[in-house]
Design a binder for this molecule. Structure first.
Ligand code: HEC
Ligand code: HEC
Length: 232
């Protein structure tokens, strides 16, 4: 007996089967952008291929960084150990306005879904050798007045008197200051970025100078002063 009710039920079941199929397709596309049988991009396992396609032209195919394009060494421990997932995620999604780092997240007009941004972070983390520094919120207790002469002595040549950047990235960039934690800045100064011109400045790190933890916190507070100031 073909009552109206069973017809409606049948339509509903057809529609739900279709919906499930569409959903499955979307999930497969998000998590595995290469189709079955070719789970590679540019001849590489897909996560690496994703990196090659979207990042390598600027950051180098091993994430070693490019001094000429001022793209940091994001595939190396110096960066990865100090950077939280959240810092990397926001930088990739939103880019860093005022620099060549493009906004790559879909919500910001880029090509990468949130799932692909997270896949990219897992790919970068898979190359990390050392344990990450446990992320800590909050401000360091430093003095910008004490930090200023230290900055002028050790940092100004590469980062500029106003933090506008030269060989090294701009430290007065609002995007950078808005996403980087004090701890990330402190760890970067302490550990440096081996393999790049950014030397370590922490004690016992074998860099061009050894600053005390207080001097490094003073530098962080000095750099923080550029937050909210007009950016050139
Ligand atoms: C067109 C060149 C370009 C492309 C493509 C690009 N980047 Fe960048 N990226 C840069 C530059 C230049 C900077 C440094 C910005 C600055 O001077 O502050 C940067 C900065 C970063 C930073 C912050 C590093 C730090 O030291 O604070 C991360 C993380 C990053 N990029 C990740 C990525 C990832 C992941 C991709 C690919 C999905 C990517 N970038 C694609 C040019 C690029
Ligand atoms: C010889 C040049 C040079 C000197 C001197 C130098 N830096 Fe750097 N710095 C760089 C370069 C180049 C990078 C980017 C490294 C990379 O490719 O990952 C960098 C990166 C950084 C970063 C990370 C920026 C980001 O976008 O994530 C901070 C913070 C920083 N330097 C602070 C300092 C401070 C503070 C001093 C002084 C104690 C200093 N630097 C001295 C060249 C230098």
């Amino acid at each position: 007996m073909d009552t109206g009710l069973t017809r409606v039920t049948r339509y509903f079941s057809i529609i739900s089967v279709l919906l499930v199929m569409v959903l499955a397709l979307v999930v497969v596309r998000e998590y595995r952008p290469a189709w079955k049988g070719e789970q590679t991009i540019a001849g590489k396992p897909w996560r690496q291929g994703l990196y090659e396609e979207n990042c390598a032209s600027c950051h180098g195919s091993e994430g070693e960084g490019r001094i000429s394009g001022r793209a940091p060494a994001i595939g190396r421990d110096g960066f990865l150990v100090a950077a939280s997932d959240d810092f990397i995620r926001r930088t990739v999604r939103e880019g860093r306005p005022g620099t060549n780092m493009p906004a790559l997240g879909r919500a910001n007009g880029g090509v990468l879904s949130d799932a692909l941004v997270d896949a990219m972070i897992r790919f970068l983390r898979s190359r990390q050798q050392e344990q990450p520094v446990p992320p800590a919120a909050g401000r360091v207790s430093g003095s910008p007045e004490r930090g200023k002469p230290v900055y002028q002595q050790y940092c100004v040549d590469c980062h500029g008197a106003k933090g506008q950047g030269r060989v090294g990235p701009a430290l007065n960039n609002p995007g950078f200051l808005g996403t980087a934690s004090d701890q990330f800045i402190r760890e970067t100064i302490t550990r440096g970025r081996p393999g790049t011109p950014m030397s370590p400045y922490g004690q016992g790190k074998g860099g061009v100078a050894e600053l005390s933890p207080q001097e490094i916190d003073d530098l962080v507070s000095f750099i923080r002063q550029w937050e909210g100031s007009t950016h050139e």
